[in-house]
Ligand binder design. Structure first.
Ligand code: SF4
Length: 371
């Protein structure tokens, strides 16, 4: 289990190590020809690597083109429910927020699906809050079954489940599970999650193990940038990925970079502890460290940022996203989980991708290709 690996490291010592990286260590990590290791990733995300951003960007761009060509995969999140029994201090769906709750019926879901299909989507990410009754496993499984005929790739981002529950989704055509640790700082994690099932740090930490054991095609990892020191959190995320790749070697992986966005229930919006420039450094570091992993950049980021990151290592984009259940057609005015930043329609994003010499991929995978 990943916890065994995780317990070998201390948050504080990792932070000190990152802060004390030397320039020769950065150069060695950046210019070596053989496969990079975790020490290299640590060097590349350090403050010492900041002056090397141009070289990092060039290398990241080259590696990405070699592995993925000039393509960007397109996907859309589809929020099924904003019911949630947890308190997360950074989320508009948090139980303590007095907002109208909604879970899509089958009819409503089909209306949302047809809107997404008209936009051109073939990859959908089904999202719920964590309510084991109103949006429990049975409901999510049925939703996967309902949307299956319309999409070639289905992902979920829902409450952490047991291994048996993940396995039970496979016959219904589920391809990927996204589960972000939010932060790997075990003590601070409790402050951000004071109530609900999500407050169990260790259960969440072991979730990718359960997904991997179930034999899922792909697992998505990430940390919520803006909670704790992004460098230390990203190091632990890289440690997690390295462990998973060795343990569940048939599974594919993706990394996301969600930055905290404004939302209901938070009176002071934190601009986040990571700047645009640092986020570019982080994305390039991930690519140089791992040539295979998909790197996903969502509509949380600005138009300008997304237009540039196309060239620097990103492989996956959402576009036209709605973060409220029924947001595409059924009930556009309901409360969003958080505000999106890049509000361009999918066809505008696709045109922008083409203008940059890349090809938007609406479908690049089929279930029949699964091993
Ligand atoms: S982050 Fe997820 S679990 Fe936490 S309050 Fe929001 S929807 Fe609920």
């Amino acid at each position: 289990m990943f916890a065994d690996e995780f317990d070998k490291y201390s948050w504080e010592e990792t932070g000190e190590r990152i802060q004390s990286v030397s320039l020769p260590e950065v150069e060695r990590a950046l210019f070596k020809e053989e496969q990079r290791d975790l020490a290299d990733f640590l060097a590349l995300i350090s403050p010492a690597a900041a002056p090397y951003l141009e070289e990092m960007a060039q290398r990241s761009s080259k590696i990405t083109r070699k592995r993925f060509g000039k393509t960007i995969q397109m996907y859309a999140p589809l929020y099924l429910s904003n019911e949630c029994l947890n308190i997360c201090t950074y989320c508009g769906f948090s139980m303590e927020n007095k907002v109208r709750r909604k879970t899509l019926s089958r009819e409503e879901l089909m209306i949302e699906v047809s809107t997404l299909k008209e936009m051109g989507y073939d990859h959908v990410l089904l999202v719920t809050g964590e309510d084991q009754v109103k949006a429990g496993v049975e409901y999510i499984r049925r939703a996967v079954e309902w949307v299956r005929p319309f999409f070639s790739h289905i992902s979920i981002e829902v409450q952490p489940l047991s291994e048996a529950e993940y396995t039970s989704f496979l016959p219904f055509g589920l391809n990927s599970v996204l589960v972000y640790q939010e932060t790997y700082h075990e003590q601070k994690y409790r402050d951000y999650h004071p109530r609900g099932k999500k407050s169990n740090f260790r259960y969440r930490l072991a979730t990718p193990d359960r997904v991997g054991t179930a034999g899922m095609h792909k697992i998505g990892l990430g940390v919520l940038l803006g909670l704790e020191d992004w460098r230390i959190d990203s190091f632990f995320c890289a440690l997690h990925l390295s462990y998973l790749e060795k343990t569940y070697w048939k599974t594919k992986y993706s990394i996301s970079f969600p930055r905290i966005r404004p939302h209901r229930g938070e009176d002071k919006f934190r601009p986040g502890l990571i700047t645009d420039r640092e986020l570019v450094q982080l994305i390039c570091a991930w690519r140089i460290f791992n040539e295979e992993v998909e790197l996903s950049v969502s509509t949380r980021e600005s138009e300008k940022f997304r237009d540039h990151i196309i060239h620097l290592g990103a492989t996956t984009f959402s576009a036209g996203s709605k973060t409220n259940p029924g947001g595409y057609a059924v009930e556009p005015e309901s409360l969003e989980q958080f505000e999106i930043c890049d509000e361009r329609e999918p066809h505008e994003i696709a045109a922008m991708i083409r203008r940059n010499g890349y090809e938007p991929l609406w479908k690049d995978w089929d279930r029949t290709l699964q091993l």
